[in-house]
Design a protein around this ligand. Sequence first.
Ligand SMILES: CC(C)(COP(=O)(O)OP(=O)(O)OC[C@H]1O[C@@H](n2cnc3c(N)ncnc32)[C@H](O)[C@@H]1OP(=O)(O)O)[C@@H](O)C(=O)NCCC(=O)NCCS
Length: 157
Amino acid sequence: MPSLPVTAPARVRRADLSDLDDLVTLEQNAFDGDRLSRAQYRRHLDSDSAQVLVASGGRHDFFGSAVLFFRKRSRVARVYSLATRPESRGLGIGAALLQAAAAAARRRGCDRLRLEVRPDNAAAIRLYERAGFRRFGAYRRYYEDGTDAWRYEQALD
Ligand SMILES: CC(C)(COP(=O)(O)OP(=O)(O)OC[C@H]1O[C@@H](n2cnc3c(N)ncnc32)[C@H](O)[C@@H]1OP(=O)(O)O)[C@@H](O)C(=O)NCCC(=O)NCCS
């Protein structure tokens, strides 16, 4: 991956096979556990029930990604993963990815977007609440290390 900082506004697009290396590297850098593997990313790139979104600033720049899941006959879409490269944080790229996820969910006929987050992930929680997500529940011992998850939901108009 090239060096940053970001100089151009990020645009968000669907990921393709050429993004696999960047997706896997980001996953390894952004999360300590509960990671998506290369094989899982490859499957999600080619699946009707998933959308992998990438924020990029140009042909070779890769700033972050989001993974969105859909279920048949459900109007609830799920943001399974959201991450931006450490060098690109605090620039609104996470917000841009969330906005694109909401737009993709609306296009699929969904009326709600849900996600889970660690209660101690202050940056992510701030981002979600600013984007209009509301906490509505929790999962006990949700993560691999036994931490609970807070559940968040956003109504899509
Ligand atoms: C969470 C994450 C995706 C945010 O991405 P980002 O590109 O920095 O997002 P944005 O720039 O749009 O917004 C980040 C917000 O968090 C705030 N923030 C950053 N670090 C923070 C911290 N340590 N504590 C509180 N807020 C923090 C920023 O100030 C900003 O809010 P503001 O614009 O109101 O000031 C990114 O930090 C990340 O990849 N983290 C590691 C992976 C992760 O935890 N993903 C979420 C899993 S649920």
